[in-house]
Design a binder for this molecule. Sequence first.
Ligand code: GUN
Length: 292
Amino acid sequence: MILLDGKATSARIKEQIARQVEEMVAAGGKRPHLTAILVGEDGASKTYVANKEKACAAAGFTSEVIRMSADTTQERLLAEVARLNADPDVDGFIVQLPLPRHIDENKVIEAIDPRKDVDGFHPENVGRMVLGLDSFVSATPYGIVRLLEEYGIETRGKHCVVLGRSNIVGRPIANLLSQKGNPGDCTVTICHSRTQNLASFTREADIIIAALGVPEFLKGDMVKDGVVVVDVGITRVSDDSPKGYHLAGDVAFDEVAPKASYITPVPGGVGPMTIVSLLQNTLKAASKRQGR
Ligand code: GUN
């Protein structure tokens, strides 16, 4: 079994990005700037945004976090999005999800200028990605594809089972892996909460992308020997530790790892790849804006 080390892989990619930034600056360009809007006090969202800020600094980007209270109105948030769309200093921005219930996420995502939508969530970017056109690919699917690529994992003709059909992970990764090319050329099955006899699919899978958000859902008896497992789950599970919680993936790692050829750890697998993919998208947005 080989660990798909997202931490080490993302650190290498981050160094490459940092070098490209310094070249850009040396050639008279501006450092890429990423802004994140954080609405409310969700602990996990705060951690993600803090990690994104840290990554920006490490790669030589400038960044800013706009914090808005949980009772912010949709109108107020849309006004902030419009302001960032028009701000020439902002190359890309994200609105951290989930948003409070009284705000329509789709309305907010649709309001983002697709050229600054470095999360790749806007319908224009999703549509272009599905058509195989140049676009911002959302960070988690992009990070997964990069990780498979970095480890030289053969995907052509393989049966990939995706667990979960979210707009952020399940649907885009299923689409990317079914496209022509490498990584790609997979036969893809999407399983979700209504799938009957789900284990009959996972037992046939050469590659499993687990993105359900259900801790330790995928057990050892649900996979075949030699399977490649990518665990996207990262749920905070309460415990008696000083922190009060630990992070759990969607895969029962101790049971599945001995049967797997490759597997991501949680944490240190997909998470850091997601963040570095966001940097990559922001660098791309900045390069385009500066005509480079
Ligand atoms: N919430 C969980 N993952 C993400 C992400 O990749 N981007 C944003 N904006 N919110 C998220």
